[in-house]
Design a protein around this ligand. Sequence first.
Ligand SMILES: [Zn+2]
Length: 248
Amino acid sequence: MAEMCAQAVALGVQEICFTDHFNNHLLDMDLGYYKPERYFQLLETCRQQFPQLNILAGVEVGEPHRWGRKIRPVIDAYPYDIVLGSVHWVGGENMFNRDYFNTRTVQVAYREYFAEVLRLCEAGGFDILAHVDLPKRLGSSIFGTFDTAAYEADLRRIWEVCIKNGITVEINTKGLRSPANQLHPTVEALRWYAEMGGARLTFGSDAHHPSSIAEEFETARQTALQAGLQYICRIQKRGIVGWVSLVD
Ligand SMILES: [Zn+2]
């Protein structure tokens, strides 16, 4: 975490949020690994060490609509600024396992995932929807380039629920570092979100390593503007506290 903070400072980043995975699917490789007590201790150490950086407390909860009984008490017990909600599993199958894609047509593979994301958003209880079209990271190496237009109805339904439930949408730049070679989501999907009245937006680099901190944020900024989104929102203590203009 300290290395990531040092990198953020070196890049001129003013605010960072660490969203460690808190996964509860029985087949998750990191099941039981999440240690919030230790996380908050380290966060405090980083805050002392890097007073010039605003360091937010976050967590990425996997499928909270399925594992809410395990997740909710932890979310309630600690002073999180941001809770990301995400889907990595459809039923018993993981989106980083080729079997999921090899046993489905392209349409079925992506649409089953979007149906699960819709259930996640309908259940709510988190602040930011993470990587809305995650399966394309691996799926693109099997099915070829992800075609956003083929899933317009699915994505619009997700946006509708996000807007209704006050869920912020993330531009996640890690898709550009994967076989998908696209942002999560693409400019087309963001344009539908803006057209429908969506405004809550944030950027995430899904870094997992200091070298990826804030990677491709300039691409994210330009893409948001192309889509008609002019601000990213600042979230603290689970609420929006400000809007930052993306215009130069
Ligand atoms: Zn994730």
